[in-house]
Design a protein around this ligand. Structure first.
Ligand code: 13P
Length: 341
């Protein structure tokens, strides 16, 4: 392992004013997104849609540091025959790859999941490196509900995250470590804080036991935020303050950067929260975005599967990337949204 190189990539992933585009929706998830805009989820349509984003030059060059790809996409060619990874690289961004293989029910833990995909990972990683991937992603899912999460779910998922991270670093690939506490429930922000704090502490303990070098990872957590069905919504300032407090209590300063998932927040909420955290300032790590839905919802709607809509979709993508790029520096203003609308 060359830690200096890993650290260089991790730093580039969280470079000032830049963040990560999560375009690694599994076949099932992208079908759901396409169903919502009335588009068939064919291989060509998935290619055209993703190519539209990767060719949004302004966004890619100025606000996107890296793109997380799904296995299909990393081997796919653009319409003109160029590999999509080459389109991404040409725009100055780093290709990355989702390497987990989804989730399965965790035995003895009703309603809880374990992320799978470790078995052949050591063999798969060099092929992804060869294809241009310099970072990877593994997502663990922790749900909050009646009597859950269990310690079994938190600890087995943390163990798997650390196993994955160690394998990635051995293959000279920066692991994005993603323990996602879902915001689907009716819990309030304090319950989310408590569960996320536990999951993060357990994750960093496992990273330590398994000798993962923190200078060569990027953390991808959820924010401390109320569940979608909660009657008690927290303000932007409360989300920002509690999330920063939680992270300061859990994440060593050796980690170069933290890139949040959006998790079902609206586009503008995800931007406002990130911005408010960076406005607090004086943080030991970079705080940026690694958004899927909060970057793609607007361009998806504008595109709607029609080639004549590509320019409008690219404008929508460019706008969201720019807003989040500003938020990553604490320089976003709500007025900028209104002017664009
Ligand atoms: P969302 O921003 O839509 O939550 O997706 C980010 C991601 O990569 C989840 O694994």
């Amino acid at each position: 392992m060359n830690l200096a190189e890993l650290n260089k990539v991790a730093e580039a992933m969280v470079a000032p004013g830049k963040g990560i585009l999560a375009a690694d929706e599994s076949s099932g998830t992208i079908k759901k997104r396409f169903d919502a805009i009335g588009v068939d989820s064919t291989e060509d349509n998935r290619r055209d849609y993703r190519e539209m984003m990767f060719r949004t030059t302004d966004a890619m060059m100025n606000h996107i540091s890296g793109v997380i790809l799904y296995d299909e996409t990393i081997w796919q060619k653009a319409k003109d025959g160029t590999l999509l990874v080459d389109v991404i690289k040409k725009a100055g961004a780093i290709p990355g790859i989702k390497v987990d293989e989804g989730t399965k029910p965790l035995p003895n833990c009703p309603g809880e999941l374990i992320t799978i995909g470790l078995d052949k990972l050591a063999d798969r990683l060099p092929k992804y490196y060869e294809q241009g991937a310099r970072f990877a992603k593994w997502r663990a899912v922790i749900d909050i509900g009646q009597g859950i999460p269990s310690y079994a779910a938190i600890s087995t998922n943390a163990h798997a995250l650390a196993r994955y991270a160690a394998l990635c670093q051995a293959a000279q690939i920066v692991p994005i470590v993603e323990p996602e506490v879902l915001m689907d429930g009716a819990h309030d922000i304090d319950r989310c804080y408590e569960v996320t704090e536990f999951a993060l502490k357990e994750t960093f303990q496992q990273l330590y036991y398994q000798r993962v070098a923190l200078e060569g990872i990027v953390l991808k957590p959820n924010m401390a935020i109320a569940g979608k069905k909660s009657a008690k919504k927290a303000s932007v300032q409360e989300v920002a303050e509690k999330t920063v407090k939680m992270l300061k209590n859990c994440v060593p300063g050796a980690v170069p950067g933290i890139a949040f998932l959006s998790g079902g927040q609206s586009d503008e909420e995800a931007t406002a929260h990130l911005d408010a955290m960076n406005k607090i300032g004086n943080l030991p790590w970079k705080l940026t975005f690694s958004y899927g839905r909060a970057l793609q919802a607007a361009p998806q709607k504008a595109w709607a599967g029609k080639s004549e809509n590509v320019a409008a979709a690219q404008r929508a993508f460019s706008h969201r990337a720019k807003m989040n790029g500003l938020a990553a520096m604490g320089q976003w203003k709500q007025d900028l949204e209104k002017k664009a609308a």
